[in-house]
Write a protein that binds this ligand. Structure first.
Ligand SMILES: Cc1ncc(COP(=O)(O)O)c(C=O)c1O
Length: 366
């Protein structure tokens, strides 16, 4: 969709990356690190100052303790963190439970490990799951569940009760919770993010994947991390070493400054995204979309039934060519592309002028 958007000069609300500048303090920290000649390989599992900064941040934010020497692995983004973790823990024949709709990588990541995904539906309007359906997806073959909260593409923030239910199944079926918490600081409507790893009984059976990409608006830096107990970290570090050796050394140094930013940074981040959310949702509703209001992350799932198109892909092509706005067909987030899928996802991590232009372009749909 990004390629199609470029071809048609459309506004790209498909791929989730900001079109506004990264924070100036981070950019100058990266420049300074390069000038100070932090330009060679960092320790493969992460520069010590950055691992220390990660440990300090989790202590400050969640009261969780991690040993930088044995429980933290710095990776090339959450993308590498997830595949490195899965390659470390999955064997061919294992099963992995995934909520659907899901972030596109989890299915292929699971399959690359020779494991089989088992899908459980999140249902609109609140994207809740049926606990019985979830339980039925677990079996003796289940090695892990992958959980992404705040969630892409739905904007769902899993509640404490839901997390307790998932944690109970992980313990009953002796499997791992592998969590993608990349949108942890992008929350609205008093939603609270709870790492499932912080729940009783979950510290030793969770792998927490995160990254600088979304929280610090630096998706191109490719710096992420994985938190896991020492035995799992040992395996993850081995896979990581062979996959990528390590993340960019000067950018890890700039990450030390990022993870030390005061709480006000995160408050402002959420406030700004909330204003962008209101802007885009109002424009979409005005143009005839039904919006499922996200409580976290920076995407809005919409229902396009009112437009009378057969499927989401043909609608998105029409949206690009007739209104000059690109989005993602919702079927990309489902394992079995629905015939007649009527979901389309828009992202709002964009400048106000981009969102304002979108509002005008959407008039062309009328
Ligand atoms: C849920 C989720 N996980 C991971 C990523 C990619 O993260 P990274 O840039 O750290 O590799 C994205 C990017 O859109 C995402 O939405």
């Amino acid at each position: 969709m990004t390629r199609l958007a470029v071809r048609h000069g459309a506004i790209n609300l498909a791929q989730g990356f900001p079109d506004f500048p990264a924070p100036a303090v981070l950019k100058s920290a990266a420049v300074q690190a390069i000038e100070a000649d932090i330009n060679q390989y960092a320790i493969t599992w992460g520069a010590k100052p950055f691992r220390d900064a990660i440990a300090a941040k989790y202590q400050r934010t969640y009261g969780m303790e991690f040993d930088p020497e044995s429980e933290i692995t710095v990776c090339c983004g959450a993308t590498e963190g997830m595949i490195a973790s899965l390659l470390a823990v999955l064997d061919p024949g294992d099963e992995v439970v995934l909520f659907e709709p899901f972030y596109e990588n989890y299915g292929p990541d699971t399959q690359l490990c020779g494991a089989t995904p088992r899908y459980v539906r999140l249902r609109p309007p609140d994207w809740s799951f049926d606990p019985n359906e979830l339980r039925a997806a677990f079996s003796v073959r289940t090695k892990a569940i992958i959980l992404n909260s705040p969630n892409n593409p739905t904007g769902k923030v899993f509640s404490r009760d839901e997390l307790v239910c998932i944690a109970g199944l992980c313990q009953e079926f002796d499997c791992l919770a592998i969590t993608d918490e990349i949108y942890e600081h992008i929350l609205y409507d008093s939603a609270v993010h709870i790492p499932i790893m912080s729940l009783p009984g979950m510290r030793d059976r969770s792998i927490l994947v995160n990254s600088m990409s979304k929280t610090y608006s630096v998706t191109g830096w490719r710096v992420g991390w994985v938190l896991a107990p020492p035995d799992l970290t040992g395996s993850i570090r081995k896979v990581h070493d062979f996959l990528t050796v390590g993340a960019a050394a000067p950018l890890q140094q700039a990450g030390v400054l990022a993870l030390g930013l005061p709480d006000s940074y995160y408050v402002q981040l959420s406030q700004e995204y909330r204003a962008r959310r209101e802007h885009l949702v109002t424009s979409l509703q005005g143009a005839g979309f039904k919006c499922f209001m996200p409580h976290g992350a920076y995407y809005v799932m919409t229902d396009i039934s009112a437009f009378g198109f057969e499927g989401d892909a043909s609608f998105v092509r029409h949206l690009i060519t007739h209104a000059g706005v690109a989005a993602v067909p919702g079927s990309s987030f489902f394992a079995h592309s629905e015939v007649n899928s009527q979901f389309v996802r828009f992202c709002f991590c964009k400048k106000y002028e981009t969102l304002e232009m979108t509002r005008h372009q959407l008039f062309k749909l009328r």
